[in-house]
Design a protein around this ligand. Structure first.
Ligand SMILES: *[C@@H]1O[C@H](CO)[C@@H](O)[C@H](O)[C@H]1NC(C)=O
Ligand SMILES: *[C@@H]1O[C@H](CO)[C@@H](O)[C@H](O)[C@H]1NC(C)=O
Ligand SMILES: *[C@@H]1O[C@H](CO)[C@@H](O)[C@H](O)[C@H]1NC(C)=O
Length: 466
């Protein structure tokens, strides 16, 4: 490595670590986890297995847990799975999933749950392994695809996750709500692609996630401490990469929401505790929002957050803060306190800026938001007409935000907006979707892209190219 690129990578590392609270990923190398290979084909599995679940469990219990420094290996090929697995308590191990697993049961829960792992790497060496959920076969029941629970010092990368299921619950209502274009239902217990529940020091990257054009098909939902999520492509009609509470020190970057619902922080309710979050280099094509912070009443806080370098095209909403989000049952507190949130370098347009504002800050009357800072935010409308809305919101960089240090509530203000001087028609990614995937037919298994934001390469090469 030349001096310049060494310097550049040191700068990259320090910039990354300024946001994170320390190192992320497994503590030992992948090669140190290859002293024992626990191949599912030696534990009752075969290529084409009707149920690869029991061989995975057996390889874990009888091999991984008995040999520190081991790899659970699912070789390339197709497998069906009808028994879900919970792999609990492994230390210094890897799960190498080169095969493609197809869901064949509608049992709820999680197809693959990894719990309390430490020094762990979940990956596909050929960048072609993953899970095909065929959610179209059973829209109203089924599992989440992968769930990482209370694990530490781990990574998950180079996996393909396709078409989880979805559970309709209650109709969406009006009041400035996040309204999907194609469905009037939403989920309280949806069936997601990847859920990261608590834990710490994780790195998630190089993923392709494809869901149907329906709510409840979240791409990545994360809550916990010290997570770096980068280079992820999501196609669906719900969350792209979303941070939930409680969370701190989360860095999300180079995300391609290709006809997805868009990314968010939320839904937030009572006892919210989120701080030190950065989203940067986020590209969103179509779907519901460029970014949303969503809650309905509740308590706690979201603070010290930076949203930098966003490009969005043809989303329904743009920059959308809505603390009266009516698709969520109200919390008991007077509102989640939002403060010190900066939006920098945004370029985007919404489909119809009068119907749904390219920018709105609907903050809680019981906890007006403050220190909302917009700098070089150029959001506009494909119809060439737009409004912006504010309620109980304080800050700078948008005409309807109020200034001053006394933060009292005020009723919603709607102002007509003019086209921002810095607005340009947003750049596109080659390979953008123009429509979401049908809900009643199989979704093709994609390949993992090598770029996730216009003009930027992926941060780590695909495993197959190493
Ligand atoms: C995770 O790694 C850090 C070093 O980066 C170490 O201090 C910590 O003890 C590890 N966690 C566990 C549970 O071993
Ligand atoms: C505001 O948030 C930024 C991160 O976006 C942080 O660097 C800064 O220290 C915070 N300011 C205060 C006053 O906490
Ligand atoms: C976006 O969707 C289109 C249409 O299916 C697809 O061709 C393209 O590969 C997708 N982009 C990514 C990064 O997967």
């Amino acid at each position: 490595m030349g001096f310049k690129s060494l310097l550049a990578s040191l700068l990259l590392v320090s910039a990354t670590f300024a946001q994170l609270s320390g190192r992320v990923g497994p503590t030992s190398s992948l090669s140190s986890k290859q002293s024992t290979i626990c191949n599912v084909l030696d534990y009752g599995g075969s290529i084409g297995s009707a149920d690869i679940g029991p061989p995975i469990s057996s390889a874990f219990t009888n091999c991984v847990l008995k040999h520190s420094g081991s790899t659970l290996y699912v070789p390339a090929g197709n497998y069906n799975m009808q028994t879900w697995v919970t792999l609990n308590g492994g230390t210094k191990w890897a799960f190498r999933l080169d095969g493609l697993i197809t869901r064949t049961s509608t049992t709820g829960g999680n197809m693959i749950a990894i719990e309390n792992a430490n020094d762990f790497e979940f990956y596909s060496a050929n960048s072609a392994g993953g899970i095909q959920g065929y959610g179209y076969q059973c829209r109203n029941a089924g599992p989440r695809l992968i769930r990482m629970v209370t694990s530490t010092n781990w990574s998950l990368h180079d996996l393909i996750l396709v078409d989880c299921m979805f559970t309709p619950r209650y109709p969406r209502a009006a009041r400035g709500a996040f309204t999907p274009e194609t469905s009037d239902e939403h989920c309280t217990a949806p069936e997601f692609h990847l859920v990261i529940q608590q834990g710490s020091n994780g790195e998630v990257y190089n993923l392709a996630i494809r869901g149907a054009n329906l709510g409840g098909s979240d791409g990545v939902d994360v809550w916990g401490s010290n997570y770096w999520i980068h280079d992820v492509e999501v196609t669906n009609r719900d969350e792209c990469v979303t941070v939930k509470s409680p969370s701190n020190n989360i860095l999300v970057e180079r995300i391609w929401c290709n006809q997805s619902g868009g990314s968010a922080i939320g839904s937030l309710s009572d006892g919210t505790a989120i701080q030190d979050v950065v989203y940067r280099d986020i590209y969103t094509n179509g779907g519901n929002q460029a970014f949303m912070i969503k809650s309905n009443m509740g308590s706690g806080y979201v603070r010290n957050v930076l949203f930098q370098n966003f490009i969005a095209r043809g989303t329904a909403y743009g920059l959308n803060v809505n603390q009266y989000w009516s698709s969520q049952s109200p919390g008991s507190g007077a509102g989640v306190q939002l403060s010190n949130i900066t939006f920098q370098n945004w370029d985007g347009n919404v489909a119809n800026g009068v119907q749904r504002p390219p920018i709105q800050f609907i903050c809680a009357d019981g906890a007006p938001c403050f220190d909302m800072t917009l700098s070089n935010v150029n959001m506009w409308s494909q119809t060439n007409e737009a409004v912006v809305k504010c309620e109980s919101a304080y800050g700078t960089g948008l005409s309807c935000l109020r200034s001053g240090s006394s933060h009292t509530s005020y009723a919603v203000v709607t102002q007509s907006a003019t086209r921002p001087a810095g607005y340009t028609t947003p750049t596109t990614m080659p390979g953008d979707l123009t429509d979401g995937f049908a809900t009643n037919a199989p979704i093709p298994t994609p390949t993992i892209p090598t770029s996730f934001f216009p003009g930027l390469p992926q941060i780590s090469p695909l495993a197959k190219n190493l």
